[in-house]
Design a protein around this ligand. Structure first.
Ligand code: MLT
Length: 264
């Protein structure tokens, strides 16, 4: 693990492997950089893979997320702090995808490509906002382990629950170690995130949209909405994978990224 210091003096922990095109991967909720281990290992011959912990997650402590737009600014500041001034390929899964879309709105000149995995452009509706309030209360009363336990049935696909128990355990392990206060802050950011649809048509870099065919949180229809709004975007549907397609089917996920990178 490495660590960089933001202009506000807070730390951002990260992993990096490989060399060449910078490929920055932003994790989903309520996980951390370790969800990208299969990409840090499997893509290191194809790119310089960099996976930060968002503020308050993993080892980026102290720190807290405030908004999705602020998290995109944090990623830009992090890149400057680690000396990456060239354009990057930015990938994000779910919450990481919301942040990647916000980065594309704020810093289009720092991008050479975009990977939007298991995410959506639509904002929370009233039912989703009510769900956030319940999860905030759960985090406060019972802690991170209860939050990830409640998410597991939906966050992983049926195939993973049936035949890949080690992946279920890995997600449980990563989710359980997060700070309840960081989970609550991120839930507020998720709840209040803007509608990303209006910004999609302005995206002018090569874009790969990835989705697990068993994703029950941001299903393939959400991915199709994104891919059809971005000029020239490619859509890769990963078979037998749920919402965490990079962990559930790493070989197929990495193959899609390897095929995409030369176009960036
Ligand atoms: C995630 O995986 O990051 C979350 O499911 C995103 C969300 O709840 O909107």
């Amino acid at each position: 693990m490495k660590s960089a210091t933001l202009p506000n003096d807070l730390p951002i922990a990260y992993e990096s492997t490989g060399h060449g095109t910078p490929l920055v991967l932003v994790h989903g909720f309520p996980l951390d950089r370790e969800m990208w281990v299969p990409q840090l290992e499997g893509l290191s011959a194809a790119a310089h893979v960099i996976a930060p912990d968002l503020p308050g997650f993993g080892k980026s402590i102290p720190g807290l997320m405030s908004t999705i737009d602020a998290a995109a600014t944090t990623i830009a500041e992090f890149l400057t702090a680690v000396g990456i001034t060239e354009k990057v390929v930015l990938g994000g899964l779910s919450m990481g995808g919301y942040i990647a879309m916000a980065f594309a709105r704020q810093f289009p000149d720092r991008l050479r490509g975009l990977i939007l995995a298991d995410t959506k452009a639509e904002p929370d509706d009233d039912a989703a906002k009510a769900g956030r309030a319940k999860t905030m209360a759960l985090a406060e009363e019972k802690g991170a382990a209860a939050v990830i336990e409640g998410m597991l049935p939906k966050v992983l696909g049926a195939a993973t629950h049936e035949v890949r128990p080690a992946i279920v355990e890995e997600v449980r392990r990563i989710g359980s170690r997060q700070q309840p206060g960081s989970i609550r802050a991120a839930l507020a950011a998720l709840r209040d995130r803007p509608d990303a649809r209006p910004g999609l048509t302005a995206i002018a870099v090569p874009t790969l949209v990835i989705v697990g065919d068993q994703d029950a949180i941001t299903p393939p229809a959400n991915a199709e909405t994104i891919a059809s709004a971005i000029q020239g975007a490619k859509l890769a549907v990963i078979p037998a994978a749920g919402h965490l397609s990079n962990l559930e089917s790493p070989a197929a996920f990495n193959d899609a990224v390897k095929l995409f990178l030369p176009s960036c």
